[in-house]
Design a protein around this ligand. Structure first.
Ligand code: DGL
Length: 265
């Protein structure tokens, strides 16, 4: 058994969609979450910038003696995972491979649409991961740059959000995909709105469940699962922790005790 914490990070609130599923499945683990609110959104930034932010955060988490780091951000997983795995001394897991694996299992007509940030789309990380799993799969990608700011602002549920969702999904629907990957950890916040738009026949994939299963497997296999701890959650934000605390409630469905401010270089 290993009682050290698990580190999780994202550019902002999105990774909380992963944290929520993970903490339900692994209630005895200590979790440390970092939301890089000073640099959000990552999706419109360069590979160099996202890699630098990700490395700074991972090093901070490493200094907190985590046993594992989860990159709960598709953009950072697509752009910086390899670099993190090279430079960080504990295992680092991203969200792209688990999401792609679930989509490959789910599609019946071998057409998969991917909704993601601009940076994730340009990286081609999902089409490549899907091709490695099944060469027959055809992919269609749609960058949705406005989703993250609207979700971070808590504005997506209004009429403007509805119009933007309809617009982004119109072309994805034309692709004929029976499976859509929510390729950004912010998007599960609006999964119900997307589902309404695309209808019941289209399967929506978010990586939280499959990633959680992978983490549980890894910790069990390596005898690092915390089986009789009490479980805890400590959250850091790189800017405006009070705002993060207020908005996090919408995703986690509960009030957080405290969000700590942690500025990185
Ligand atoms: N939630 C992140 C992702 O999965 C980052 C979004 C952003 O900051 O643009 O890509």
């Amino acid at each position: 058994m290993n009682t050290r914490p698990i580190g999780i990070f994202d550019s902002g609130l999105g990774g909380l969609t992963i944290l929520k599923t993970l903490s339900r499945a692994l209630p005895k683990e200590k979790l440390i979450y970092f939301g890089d609110t000073v640099n959000v959104p990552y999706g419109s930034k360069s590979k160099k910038a996202v890699t630098r932010f990700s490395l700074d955060i991972a090093k901070f988490l490493e200094s907190q003696h985590v046993k594992l780091i989860i990159v709960a951000c598709n953009t950072a997983s697509a752009l910086a995972l390899t670099e993190l795995q090279k430079k960080i001394s504990v295992p680092v897991i991203g969200v792209i491979e688990p999401g792609a694996a679930q989509a490959a299992r789910s599609t019946k007509n071998n057409r998969v649409a991917i909704l993601a940030t601009e940076a994730t789309v340009h990286s081609q990380a999902y089409p490549r991961a899907l091709q490695r799993l099944n060469k027959q799969i055809r992919t269609y990608q749609q960058a949705c740059p406005v989703f993250v700011p609207l979700i971070e602002e808590g504005w997506i549920h209004g009429p403007a959000g509805k119009l933007i969702i309809a617009d982004y999904l119109a072309s994805a629907a034309k692709s004929g995909a029976d499976t859509i990957i929510l390729g950004c950890t912010h998007y599960p916040v609006i999964k119900h709105l997307i589902a309404k738009q695309v209808g019941k026949k289209v399967h929506l994939v978010d990586s939280a469940e499959v990633l959680t299963a992978e983490v549980k497997n890894l910790l069990t296999r390596t005898k690092q699962l915390n089986t009789n701890g009490r479980g805890s959650l400590k959250i850091y934000a790189s800017d405006d922790p009070a705002r993060f605390k207020r908005l996090a409630k919408n995703i986690l469905g509960r009030e957080l005790n405290r969000v700590y401010l942690k500025k990185l270089n």
